[in-house]
Design a protein around this ligand. Structure first.
Ligand SMILES: Cc1ncc(C[n+]2csc(CCOP(=O)(O)OP(=O)(O)O)c2C)c(N)n1
Ligand SMILES: [Mg+2]
Length: 325
């Protein structure tokens, strides 16, 4: 049965569960990071969960997602395996990238997660090339490329967008504008706070509240359908904020480049708390249901960490396997 949001109760709850699972995973990673068992930088996704959850709810496993350094949420929302992700962060052979990649290089062909580039904007031309392959081979699938606001400052993004338009490729570019590149605010780098403005005139662009999971779901649904039915690429800018430091577990306030007022105002706009209010108004959630979801996530996370800790490191003899040569 559909409600006023035009989504079934199950679909709404699924969006909530995905966000909650990502948040709890990131919090657990943060809590264990200082123990020094994860020899990898971690770029936490806390505060941005609505984007991965809303976009990926419109993708099938065959659709491909090209991510960036902040990829944990993208991987989980795309159907990635939690145990394999946590093992990868521990550099274990049971990791989704066999322990070779660490946090910034999650790869899983089982769920349409073919490569993750930590070069800012690196995934944009690669994803565009993948969309060319999908279109040439008539595969009927869609490619989604995630990038940050700073990635839009790289020339290769213009080249990729123009090429995708020229070839009418089935690709959706998702920009998570969290206002920062490491510790530098967007307005210290660019004249405009709306990064999609730069691409107007190249392809259809949209700017959407990235902390509103329903707005994310609906806007990406339209763009993904547009691409799937041969009507070409589009670019969506989701405005959001990360509530932790660029690649550490503290906050940007503690790191010294975000003001407490700014951080507080975005904490107020937490995408999960906002959606909880909507779901409880619709009588779809209550404290018991939330506790049940939290309990499930907690158990699943404990299992995943145990699995990672008990797994073996990769064999040094295999170091050169799986490389392009
Ligand atoms: C080409 C390149 N330049 C610089 C870096 C160092 N670097 C890593 S992440 C990052 C900031 C990226 O910001 P943004 O694209 O907005 O993504 P966010 O971290 O905010 O999610 C930078 C400058 C890099 N990895 N690649
Ligand atoms: Mg950014």
């Amino acid at each position: 049965m559909k409600n006023s949001y035009n989504l079934s109760a199950e679909a709404l709850l699924e969006l909530y569960k995905t966000m909650k699972r990502i948040r709890m995973t990131e919090e657990k990673i943060a809590a264990h990071y200082r123990e020094d068992n994860m020899h990898t930088p971690v770029h936490l996704y806390i505060g941005q969960e609505a984007i991965a959850a809303g976009v990926c709810a419109n993708l099938s496993k065959d659709d491909k997602l090209f991510s960036n350094h902040r990829n944990h949420g993208h991987y989980l929302a795309k159907g990635g395996n939690l145990k394999a992700m946590i093992a990868e962060l521990h550099n274990k052979e049971t990791g989704c990238s066999k322990g070779y990649g660490g946090s910034m290089h999650l790869v899983d062909n089982n769920v349409g997660f073919p490569i993750t580039s930590s070069i800012v904007a690196g995934g944009v031309p690669i994803g565009t090339g993948d969309a060319l392959a999908a279109s040439t081979l008539g595969e009927g699938r869609v490619t989604v490329v995630f990038m940050g606001d700073a990635a839009t400052e790289e020339g290769v993004v213009y080249e990729s967008l123009c090429f995708a338009v020229l070839k009418n490729l089935p690709v959706v570019y998702i920009c998570e504008n969290n206002l920062y590149s490491v510790g530098t605010h967007l307005l210290k780098r660019e004249k405009e706070q709306r990064v999609s403005k730069k691409f107007e005139g190249i392809l259809p662009v949209y700017t959407v509240d990235g902390n509103d999971v329903l707005a994310v779901y609906e806007s990406s649904r339209k763009a993904i359908e547009h691409a799937r039915y041969g009507r070409g690429p589009s670019f969506i800018e989701y405005v959001t904020y990360r509530l932790r430091d660029h690649h550490d577990t503290k906050t940007g306030v503690e790191a010294g480049y975000q003001s407490q007022e700014e951080w507080d105002s975005w904490k107020e706009k937490c995408p999960i708390a906002a959606f909880e209010r909507i779901l409880s108004k619709e009588n779809l959630i209550d404290t018991d249901i939330i506790s049940g979801i939290e309990e499930t996530n907690k158990n699943e996370l404990n299992d995943a960490f145990r699995f990672a800790e008990e797994s073996r490191l990769p064999d040094v003899g295999n170091l050169y396997n799986g490389l392009f040569g």
